[in-house]
Design a protein around this ligand. Structure first.
Ligand code: GRF
Length: 187
């Protein structure tokens, strides 16, 4: 049985948003973390915080749909009612999306629909835009294309590098994402 307050997080990278979600989990419970990378250091960090963690590497499955179905089973068996993509770098197939309708959110480092995709920060700097931002949105089959739930602007300053800008965006993400998750868990 799904519980709306039980949150599962999918990651691929450093997991700073995962840490923010765990630290700010007052109105929801982070019950598990899954990664597509077995060596994600963030998995060890999750376990150290008492959160169950597992990896679902594509090479361990026949295809992406089989991997997604296994990952969805793992989340559903543990009663997860909301799935948060926190730097998860794979597109999810219908085998996963259909299991959590309207209950999968993603955080992205731009003012969507501008600059979707994996290189959003670099592309914003290359384009010379005056401001960037953080967006939390519902996930569909597209690349960063689902309905937007919350956005906040982040100024771009002279001398910004991809690292400095991304770091400033993440500061906003770490506040915005737990807020939106808490609101969705209350519904
Ligand atoms: C974040 O900037 C998020 O917006 C994007 O990937 C990054 C993940 O960072 N989708 P982290 O792994 O949470 O530090």
């Amino acid at each position: 049985m799904h519980d709306r307050r039980r949150v599962g997080i999918l990651i691929s990278g450093r997991g700073s948003n995962m840490r923010a979600l765990v630290e700010r989990a007052e109105d929801y419970d982070v019950v598990l973390v899954a990664s597509n990378k077995p060596d994600a250091r963030a998995l060890a960090r999750a376990r150290a915080s008492g959160v169950a963690a597992a990896s679902f590497a594509l090479e361990d499955y026949d295809d992406r749909a089989a991997r997604d179905a296994a990952m969805a089973d793992w989340l559903a068996e543990r009663g997860v009612g909301l799935v948060v993509l926190a730097g998860f770098m794979h597109l999810l197939t219908p085998a996963f999306l259909e299991r959590f309708p309207e209950r999968i959110v993603n955080v992205h480092p731009s003012l969507l629909p501008a600059f979707p995709g994996a290189h959003a920060v670099e592309e914003q700097l290359a384009a010379g835009v005056a401001e960037s931002g953080a967006t939390v949105h519902l996930v569909d089959e597209g690349v960063d294309s689902g309905p937007i739930l919350r956005q906040e602007r982040v100024p771009i300053v002279a001398g910004d590098t991809p690292d400095s800008l991304h770091e400033r965006i993440k500061q906003v993400e770490h506040r915005l994402l737990p807020q939106v998750v808490a609101e969705l868990c209350a519904r």
